[in-house]
Design a protein around this ligand. Structure first.
Ligand code: ATP
Ligand code: MG
Length: 159
């Protein structure tokens, strides 16, 4: 039974498989509202794209979500538009580009940003942070942090 605990800003979940990571993300998608920003953190191969795939499925996206390798952002149609950004290749010096990456268009949908830390000071303060720790075939520890009370609804959506 979901319990709402005011003031809880962080939750930690273990995921033993890519399927479990996708299922967690699909459950999180039920909490998505227009304009939300979710920052995905973790080393190469941690599972950020797996999480994006599950989140998209939860939003009803039927298209295949892959890493947007040579574009910084891909847009998918679901219950809400999903904007999937992968900023791995974004240079720290690209402030002008970074500022333009999160624009008015995203106000209508939810943005999932891999390597969000590349945005530096342009990373908005109001967001859900998801840190994935672990690699290869190890279980992952997935830590969710709401930086503002509004984003605690994602923590309540954790199964
Ligand atoms: N518990 C788990 N959760 C997520 N992925 C897992 C898990 N266990 C194993 N994997 C595997 O780890 C890999 C994660 O790859 P993924 O592309 O999602 O990583 P990424 O964080 O997006 O990396 P990159 O920074 O290169 O974009 C996949 O091959 C997936 O099958
Ligand atoms: Mg990825």
């Amino acid at each position: 039974m979901p319990v709402t605990r005011p003031g809880v800003t962080e939750r930690r979940v273990l995921s033993a498989s890519p399927e479990a990571t996708r299922a967690l993300a699909a459950a999180l998608a039920s909490a998505a509202r227009p304009g939300d920003l979710i920052a995905l953190h973790g080393e190469l191969g941690a599972g950020k794209t797996q999480l994006a795939k599950g989140f998209g499925a939860g939003l009803g996206v039927t298209a295949t979500i892959n890493s947007p390798s040579y574009v910084l952002m891909a847009e998918y149609e679901g219950r809400l538009p999903l904007f999937h950004l992968d900023l791995y290749r974004l240079d720290d010096a690209s402030d002008v580009l970074a500022e333009g990456l999160l624009d008015q268009r995203q106000a209508a949908g939810v943005s999932l940003v891999e390597w969000a830390e590349r945005l530096g000071p342009a990373l908005p303060a109001a967001r859900l942070d998801i840190v994935i720790v672990g690699g290869a075939d190890e279980p992952r520890t997935i830590c969710l942090t709401a930086t503002e009370a509004d984003f605690e609804r994602y923590l309540d959506a954790v199964p």
